[in-house]
Each structure stands twice: as structure tokens, then as C-alpha cells.
Design a protein around this ligand. Structure first.
Ligand SMILES: *Cc1c(COP(=O)(O)O)cnc(C)c1O
Length: 424
């Protein structure tokens, strides 16, 4: 028995499924998850001493690579002054200023502790501001695990094959309407069905929780227009895309301006941080200025802010990172496409910059329904083979691969060699 297996045996007795977040379980694969001891650069090491090239990157935060020296040092330094005060601190002001001064559609921002909280709060702000209740979301987009957002299957739920969650009262999802990703007509229809009642449309500007599904040309622009025509707010959930596609996220990348935006993952550099922000008139609805209540004992925690702000400053100071991530993406995903072609396989590989997903389906994947045509058994085999070859990917067909600055050309080529061997 490996150490991971032994830990898993203990874990399942005391933690539901042995994991603190379902995406970590190897349920679809039928094995014990690898328990991780440490990580450095693009490598992650399990408790049995195995080394893997890591393409999970903590689901995105590690865009500079694991254990990045400046970030680690900023955390150690912040720790020396105490872990938390529950009072206002200078670094929170710096964080807010740093983001608002560099992202044109963010006038004001509020820190929270997770992406889930960011979305939950942004939706409350949107409802408070518009005085309307209905929210339109897209099937296959994940916006965290708050009640109102668990109306459709996101990544974790999708793999478990449960379309919805138990424990969510009907009343909580009554005002959440489901549209089809990349299908503006489906949004138009809902807007008409609920005329004058739609507070906001929330979207992952690049779908990354049903596997990677980029927006079609004109999709985001069309949403902007539909929201304007219906006095609804447009919320970009940039928990994955924010500070990844560009410093200003997908909004900057595609040139479409949301009214509110949510951040997570990269913004905390590995610490539990989320944030929501946007137009001044909307954000001024939030307590204690306005009547939309939202709070957090550990929100804006100094250690988390130190890590996050150090990472954001580094990203902003090195804009070449974004061209480099594009190049790394082309090398890895382009290489994978070549391998598929060499072997006469017609699987679809969706990718944009550093994000990519190989779908085990011959259908073009543009939305949730087409993503679901993927052969999850074929994925499971591929995943296992890759793990044995020292390549650590998300244990689900419906997750992205995350490239970081630590993935060198050599490491990418090594990965491609393993993939080539598998498909040959
Ligand atoms: C991860 C994610 C969330 C939830 O963030 P947590 O920090 O896990 O609560 C929300 N939206 C998107 C797009 C995500 O990828």
C-alpha cells in the first residue's frame, strides 16, 4: 500500500469522500487521490516521493509556478506582524487601489475569502441595485456552491453525474434561469419570458468548468447588448480568467466591459481570496455605505493580501508573461493537436492561451450538451496513463489544464512525448 492509499483509508473515515473539495477525489478514476507533500515550480511531489509535472496548479492560482520566491517571502514577512486583526489595514487599501487603477471596469472592489463568496455577493449587489430578482446563468458554467448557483451542473457535480444538489430548497433556485452557452437566442428567449425581471446575466467569459469552452465570436458582445436592452447587469465571473488571459482578464482580452466582475484563484496566489467589484454606483450599494449586506471576519486578511498583491504586482510589472503564456499554450495544445492528427483521432481540443481541454469526443464542443458527449471512460484511461508517466492533470474530463510560467518548453515537450506515446 502506498502512503497515499493509507492516508486515503484514514481520510474517508473522517472527511466526506476523504477530500475537502469533490474535484480532488479520483472518483471517476477509481483510485486513491495522490496526497501532496510539496510543490516547486512546475513540479508537484506526493507523499510517496513521486514527482509529477503539475497541470492543476491549484486550479489556477499558481500562474507563476509553485512556491514562487517573492510570494513566499511576502507571506513570511507578513506573518511576523501577526496573522489577522479583523481591523482595517494598509495592504487592503493598496490591493484595492492596485486593481482599480489598472482595470478600467473596476471602480471599487470588496475582498472576500473565495470565488463562491465573490459570486454570491456580486449577485446580491446586482439584485439590490436593480431591485429585480431573476438571474440568468449558463448550463455548464460553475460559479461556486452557493444555493442559487447550484441549479445546473458544473465541473464537480457534472462528474458525479448529479444534475443538482440535495439540500438546496426550490425557492433558492426559483429565480435562476438557465441559458445555453454560446447561444444568444437562448438568452433572448429568457429575457422575453421574464421581461423586466432580470437583474443580471452571469457568465464565465471563457467556460472553464465544463472543460474549456471559449466564447464564439460575438457571444460576449451580444450578452452586453442584451443586458443593456433589458436593463440587466452583466457579471463576468473571472475567477479563472482574471489576471490569466490578460491582467484585465477576459474583459480586456475580448474588449467587452462587464458591470460587475468576480475574482478568485490567482488573486490570492494560493491563499483563500475572492473579490467582487465593478461600477461605482453598484458597489456603493454594498454595506456599510448601502443596503446590500455582506461581511467577512477574515476578509482582506493581511497574509492573504500579501500573497495576492505580490503576485498581481509581479504580473503587472511583467506584461510579457501574457505573450509567453500564449506561446506556451500554442506549444502544448498545438502539439497535442498534432499528435491527434498523426494518429487519425478526431477528438476536440479546445484551448485559449494557457487554458486547454482535450475532449474525448468527435463533436465540436461549444456548450454543456456537446461537452457531455465526451467519453469519460476514455478520459479516465488517459488520465491514469498520464499520472503513471509523471503528469498530473485534473482527474476529470470537465476541467481545464493550467499552464504556468514555470512550464518551460522542455517540460512541455516532455509532456507531449508522454502523450504521443499514449496515443501511438
Ligand atoms: C473556482 C471557481 C469558482 C468558485 O471559487 P471557490 O474559491 O472554489 O469558491 C467560481 N467561479 C469560477 C468560474 C470558478 O472557476
Amino acid at each position: 500500500m502506498t502512503k497515499s492509499e493509507a492516508l486515503f483509508e484514514r481520510a474517508v473515515k473522517r472527511i466526506p469522500g476523504g477530500v475537502n473539495s469533490p474535484v480532488r477525489a479520483y472518483g471517476a478514476i477509481g483510485e486513491a487521490p495522490r496526497f501532496i507533500d510539496r510543490a516547486d515550480g512546475c513540479y508537484i511531489y506526493d507523499v510517496d516521493g513521486n514527482q509529477y509535472i503539475d497541470y492543476i496548479d491549484s486550479w489556477g492560482p499558481m500562474i507563476l509556478g509553485h512556491n514562487f520566491p517573492e510570494i513566499r517571502e511576502s507571506v513570511v514577512k507578513a506573518c511576523e506582524k501577526g496573522l489577522s486583526f479583523g481591523c482595517a489595514t494598509e495592504i487592503e487599501v493598496e490591493m484595492a487601489e492596485f486593481i482599480c487603477e489598472r482595470i478600467p471596469h473596476v471602480d471599487m472592489i470588496r475582498m472576500v475569502n473565495s470565488g463562491t463568496e465573490a459570486v454570491m455577493s456580486a449577485i446580491r449587489a446586482a439584485r439590490g441595485y436593480t431591485g429585480k430578482n431573476k438571474i440568468i446563468k449558463f448550463m455548464g458554467c460553475y460559479h461556486g456552491h452557493s444555493d442559487a448557483m447550484l441549479v445546473s451542473a458544473g465541473s464537480g457535480v457534472m462528474t458525479s453525474g448529479v444534475p443538482d444538489s440535495a439540500g438546496v430548497p426550490k425557492g433558492c433556485t426559483e429565480d435562476t434561469m438557465l441559458a445555453v452557452y454560446n447561444d444568444l437566442d437562448s438568452v433572448k428567449m429568457l429575457m422575453e419570458q421574464a421581461k423586466g425581471q432580470v437583474a443580471a446575466v452571469i457568465v464565465e467569459p471563457v467556460g472553464a468548468n465544463m472543460g474549456v469552452v471559449p466564447p464564439k465570436n460575438g457571444f460576449l458582445e451580444g450578452l452586453r447588448l442584451l443586458c443593456d436592452e433589458n436593463d440587466a447587469l452583466l457579471i463576468f465571473d473571472e475567477v479563472i480568467t482574471g489576471f490569466r488571459l490578460a491582467f484585465g482578464g477576459a474583459a480586456e482580452y475580448f474588449g467587452v466591459k462587464p458591470d460587475l466582475v468576480t475574482y478568485g484563484k490567482i488573486i490570492g496566489a494560493g491563499m483563500p481570496v475572492g473579490a467582487y467589484g465593478g461600477r461605482l454606483d453598484i458597489m456603493e450599494m454594498v454595506a456599510p455605505v448601502g443596503k446590500v449586506y455582506q461581511a467577512g471576519t477574515l476578509s482582506g486578511n493581511p497574509i492573504a493580501m500579501a500573497a495576492g498583491l505580490t503576485q498581481l504586482k509581479y504580473l503587472y510589472a511583467h506584461p510579457e508573461i501574457y505573450t509567453s503564456l500564449e506561446k506556451k499554450g500554442s506549444r502544448l495544445y498545438g502539439g497535442m493537436e498534432e499528435i491527434l492528427k498523426e494518429n487519425g483521432l478526431h477528438y476536440h481540443l479546445n484551448h485559449i492561451s494557457s487554458l486547454g481541454s482535450l475532449f474525448f469526443t468527435e463533436e465540436e464542443v461549444v456548450d454543456y450538451a456537446s461537452a457531455k458527449t465526451a467519453d469519460t471512460k476514455a478520459f479516465a484511461e488517459y488520465f491514469k496513463a498520464m499520472l503513471n508517466a509523471g503528469i498530473h492533470m485534473a482527474p476529470s474530463q470537465f476541467e481545464a489544464m493550467f499552464l504556468s510560467m514555470a512550464h518551460t518548453d522542455e517540460v512541455i515537450d516532455e509532456t507531449l512525448e508522454a502523450i504521443r506515446k499514449y496515443f501511438r
